[in-house]
Design a binder for this molecule. Sequence first.
Ligand code: PRP
Ligand code: URA
Length: 207
Amino acid sequence: MLHTVEHPLIAEELTKLRDPECPSPEFRQRVRRIASLMVATVTANFETTVVACSTPLEITSGVKVSRGIILVPILRAGLGFLDGFLDLIPQASVAHIGLARNEKTLLAEPYYLKHPPNLEEDEIIILDPMLATGGSAIEAVRSLREAGARHIRFACLVAAPEGVSALEQAFPDLAIYAACLDRCLNSCGYILPGLGDAGDRLFGTCR
Ligand code: PRP
Ligand code: URA
């Protein structure tokens, strides 16, 4: 199910991010800020456990998040989305999944996967700024499930309706979080209005 994270600050950051004149250093900062602004919503229904807690004055009760947290950026562009999550969840482990979209077939081709062992009980958040055809997200969820993950959610910046439908069809129980649901894909599989190639814009590889 898709949850769009609506917030005036996110909407303003995204507006500036779409501008093709926004240079890489500024683009990275804005993506990081949006990611941080999304964290509270993406993690809002994490299970918590009541724990004893001391204050300087007495013993009371507090809470802790029940499960470990693993952030999984999809390389490359997911790295740009990672820092804003790590800023607010520094205790999270980070797994990496390498997927490159074949620009002709639009199929996601896996090239790397490294995750902590025994991830069955952890909360997994897959991170990728762009959900276009959904191929990369589907492959990421599939690989992590194969590795044993059971509590997976997916967070992106901009989603296309086509990608949301494909991901929902593949994994009906998956929670999908997006800062914005855009209009559609163009014939090359780019999101419209979108923000172009997120990896290239983050890492300055589109001179
Ligand atoms: C982009 C983006 C997603 C994917 C989305 O990555 O970061 O991972 O495309 O498209 P999809 O939903 O159609 O699969 P790309 O494969 O271009 O690699 P990059 O991050 O290295 O630029
Ligand atoms: N990947 C991107 O970086 N941008 C798009 O619009 C689609 C896929």
